[in-house]
Design a protein around this ligand. Structure first.
Ligand code: TRP
Length: 332
């Protein structure tokens, strides 16, 4: 039986944090044995906003790969590759762009909020079109499943529409994928903000040292009405409790009871959370330590992965050209 296919990935724009982990990375690690898994490092997509700063990309690619391997993606069973070096993706993006109305891209909610956040004076064609390029990332592999964070849902919806349109116009060559959102679609910030993010400066990175985790958790916002340990706590409005629900699942009932009963103080409760997060990160630190000083190994992994990605996608493109009747040299 042939395995179903996963394609997903990230822009290399900095270190990955716990929000990435629970939103998508954990799903990838769990499913890599069950699915034929491809992880794209979307450097061209990163350039859609950072085209004037290409000098950081190489290091960012190295670091995100380290994060992947530390988090438990196994390069012996999944394929990690670099977007810019897979020509079939860019060829397919061009063809798919033929059938996507500009207005659909303009109204894409993720595009809108990213454009606003970035504050483009003049929105580049490449930025507006990156969801089409992302569709090509997915379709070039004929992926069935795309584990992503919830902000990516509009893009997967677009992918599905483009696939249906392509298949009905030409021939049923492309696969309509499904998004898979993590058990925790959005990890809030410990500072009480709606989301953990690098730009909000509230992130706990997978590469953080134990002391840095402790510091972040120590500053977390708790129930403001709770001053003394014996005060009755309200876990449902406490950011630390929200995190315990994710990172200390096995003791969650106890933690609620201790908080509501005024039996555990916020300081101790935070130490408990620090311990949970650090025990999650500990094996990642160990894997990272083994690889950190060996960029040559990382580049080998990426080189092999990219070679495999080229092969797989070249086959899809042959079918695509045939469907579009532009396979002139094969059909003389
Ligand atoms: N847009 C994704 C992000 O910003 C990255 C990405 C690029 C991606 N190509 C993809 C995700 C294909 C899933 C599938 O995180």
């Amino acid at each position: 039986m042939t395995q179903k296919i996963i394609l997903t990935g990230d822009r290399p724009t900095g270190k990955l944090h716990l929000g990435h982990y629970v939103g998508s990375l954990l799903n990838r690690v769990k499913l890599q044995r069950e699915y034929d898994t491809y992880i794209i490092i979307a450097d061209v997509q990163a350039l859609t906003t950072n085209f004037d700063r290409p000098e950081n990309l190489k290091e960012d690619i190295l670091n995100i790969t380290l994060d992947y391997l530390a988090a438990g993606l196994d390069p012996n069973i999944c394929t990690i590759f670099i977007q810019s070096h897979v020509p079939a993706i860019h060829e397919l993006a061009m063809y798919l762009g033929l059938i996507v109305p500009v207005n659909v891209l303009r109204h894409n909610p993720t595009i809108k909020s990213e454009a606003a956040q970035h504050g483009f004076k003049d929105m580049p064609y490449g930025f507006l079109g990156y969801p089409v390029s992302q569709t090509a990332d997915i379709c070039a592999f004929k992926a069935h499943l795309v584990p992503v964070g919830e902000d990516q849902i509009p893009h997967i919806e677009l992918t599905r529409k483009i696939v249906r349109r392509f298949n009905s116009l030409y021939a049923p060559v492309l696969v309509e994928p499904e998004a898979l959102i993590g058990e925790v679609p959005r990890l809030t910030g410990l500072d009480g903000t709606a989301k953990m993010s690098k730009s909000l400066n509230n992130a706990i990175f997978l590469s953080d040292a134990p002391e840095a985790v402790k510091q972040r958790v120590r500053n977390a916002v708790t129930d403001p009405q709770r001053i003394r340990k014996t005060d009755i706590g309200h876990p449902d409005i406490c950011s630390v409790y929200t995190y315990h629900q994710v990172f200390t699942k096995d003791q969650i009932q106890l933690i609620r009871e201790e908080c509501e009963g005024g039996k555990i103080g916020c300081v101790d409760c935070k130490l408990k959370l620090t311990a949970s997060i650090n025990s999650l990160l500990e094996p990642m630190r160990a894997r990272r330590a083994r690889l950190e000083s060996r960029p040559d190994i990382i580049w080998d992994i990426l080189n092999d992965g990219t070679a495999k990605a080229k092969e797989v996608t070249a086959r899809t493109l042959e079918e695509v050209r045939e469907a579009m009747k532009i396979n002139y040299f094969q059909a003389r």
